[in-house]
Design a protein around this ligand. Structure first.
Ligand code: NAI
Length: 329
């Protein structure tokens, strides 16, 4: 089998000045992609700007013989997203790949989740994916080719206390991923998501906060993996290299990517698919509140479940049950 390459494709990687995004940018560039390295260079909480991280990564890529452009637009505004895509088009003439990776944390107990900690998180993670992908979408439709990778999190898929803003933003990205997969299908555009687990400053800071609970009142960070003790995390941190997440993102960004609308969790080289299942459940055409109480175990039972690919398939499953039952009624 031959190695996978990008044959001059153009990739926009947001939040690529460090952490996971930096690894994505390096891997794509090393395989022939022209890469726009976007990053505002702020703190984990999103404060401040610094063009250093984006410029450094772009320079390092060029030093290794790759093609890269640094960009410091913020993904958190429509103007920022347009400016980023415009820079890619002006320099490279096309955008084939968008990796929505930029992220911040402003953790707080739900009681304390004021607009000040809610809005910036929704703006960067959730709206940021709209603001960057939309300007690139028209070109992808025209060229009948595109790859979009969104970054979700177990905190959104499974929930993590103290992260209602972040969890809601990340879960929202699952809906965006699945919807854009459907809208992009007719145009050769594939849209998928990854839920990474990697030792970056986000995880490092989260672990530090765990070890210093008195500092947890600070809104910056809460554990990425709240159920796992710091000791257990520490035993594995040297295995959680961000570079081991990059191959999955790179494959989803490649022409050969066989799927769209899917979510993969990846860390330390372990890759799995997350999916949304529907239990077989319980049906009663004269359903009462007491029926729900009395059949709750059956409703929740996971032994027989399906994974509907879209709302049509889910409704078809419902109609099958209703039809089957009425035939026998
Ligand atoms: P990181 O903090 O190293 O990287 C995030 C980057 O985004 C930073 O370089 C930051 O400057 C940049 N950024 C922040 N706001 C921006 C904006 N408005 N415009 C452009 N760039 C901006 O952290 P990490 O871990 O590499 O995070 C990457 C993504 O992975 C994030 O979306 C994060 O939520 C997600 N993630 C990471 C996990 C992990 O275990 N590290 C777990 C689950 C999700």
């Amino acid at each position: 089998m031959t190695d996978l390459g990008y044959d001059g494709r153009v990739a926009v990687v947001t939040g690529a000045g460090g952490g996971l995004g930096r690894e994505y940018a390096f891997l794509l560039a090393s395989r022939g992609a022209r890469v726009v390295v976007n990053d505002t260079g702020g703190s984990t909480g999103g404060e401040g700007v610094d063009d250093g991280p984006a410029c450094t990564v772009a320079r390092e890529i060029r030093d290794q013989g790759g093609e890269a452009l640094a960009d410091t637009h913020s993904v958190a505004t429509p103007e920022g997203g347009q400016g980023l895509v415009r820079a890619a088009l002006d320099t490279y003439g096309q955008v084939d790949i968008v990796i929505n990776n930029a992220g911040i944390l402003r953790d707080a107990a739900f009681d304390d989740t004021t607009a000040e900690v809610l809005d910036p998180v929704l703006d960067v993670h959730l709206k940021g994916a709209f603001f960057v992908t939309r300007p690139a979408w028209a070109g992808m439709q025209e060229q009948r080719y595109g790859r979009v990778i969104n970054t979700v999190s177990a905190a959104g898929l499974l929930g993590t206390a103290g992260k209602s803003n972040y969890g809601a933003a990340k879960a929202g990205l699952v809906g965006l991923t699945r919807t854009l997969a459907l809208e992009g299908a007719a145009h050769g555009i594939k849209v998928n998501a990854v839920a990474p687990i990697a030792l970056t400053r986000i995880l490092t800071q989260s672990m530090a906060k765990r070890e210093a609970p008195q500092a947890a009142a600070d809104h910056e960070a809460e554990p990425v993996a709240s159920a796992m003790t710091v000791d257990r995390m520490r035993a594995f941190v040297d295995r959680l290299a961000p570079a081991l997440v990059a191959p999955v993102v790179a494959y989803l960004a490649h022409e050969d990517c066989p799927v769209s609308g899917e979510v993969y969790t990846v860390g330390a080289g372990q890759v799995s698919r997350f999916f949304i299942g529907r239990t077989k459940g319980y049906f009663n055409p004269a359903l009462t509140m007491e029926d729900v109480r009395d059949h709750f175990v059956e409703i929740s039972d996971q032994t027989e479940y399906t994974v509907p690919s879209d709302p049509g398939e889910e409704i078809a499953q419902l109609f099958k049950v209703i039809g089957g039952r009425s035939e026998h009624a």
